[in-house]
Write a protein that binds this ligand. Structure first.
Ligand code: OFO
Length: 171
């Protein structure tokens, strides 16, 4: 059985993951409008992964006989100054999400909830990957900043990102 406090924190995380989905979908829409379909595909795949994350929390709360309560999802931004600005924001967002996961682990330990702590370890590892994959794109975008054709080459490459795995390996 989840404590009230733990259940509330896990429900808040469902909302945070759904916001992540919404944010990256908004970035995908931005890249579509900028005629950068490869960047748009990458962000759409990222959004799909966030939905998988949200559903992992959703399923876990139910598995523990908890109650999922869905709240309003904040509207994401719709415009960015550049591809680099969008990816830098994505990186900051992933760092924020990593902080939230760490806080959830700390709460699970404080509540002596070993099952939730164990469940959260997948997310601890996943966040390392999430930050690294976004950071790799940020680094590449900084490198091509003074070479406009570089962005089109990156667009081709990012467009090859495949769909998210349903279990485990994110990206
Ligand atoms: Fe759910 O990992 Fe990104 O936000």
């Amino acid at each position: 059985m989840l404590s009230e406090k733990m259940q509330k924190a896990l429900n808040d995380q469902v909302n945070a993951e759904l916001f992540s989905f919404y944010l990256y979908l908004s970035m995908a829409a931005y890249f579509e409008a900028e005629n950068l379909p490869g960047f748009a595909t990458w962000m759409r795949m990222q959004a799909d992964e966030e939905m998988i994350h949200a559903m992992k929390f959703f399923d876990y709360i139910n598995e523990r006989n908890g109650r999922v309560n869905l709240g309003a999802i904040e509207a994401p931004k719709t415009e960015w100054d550049s591809a680099l600005a969008a990816f830098e924001e994505a990186l900051e967002h992933e760092k924020y999400i990593s902080g939230r996961i760490n806080d959830l682990v700390a709460l699970a330990i404080a509540e002596n909830d070993h099952a939730t702590n164990s469940f959260l370890q997948w997310f601890v590892d996943e966040q390392v990957e999430e930050e690294a994959s976004v950071d790799a794109v940020v680094q590449d975008l900084r490198r091509v900043a003074d070479f406009p054709p570089g962005i089109f080459m990156m667009d081709r490459e990012l467009g090859t990102r495949g769909p998210a795995a349903a279990e485990g390996e994110g990206g």
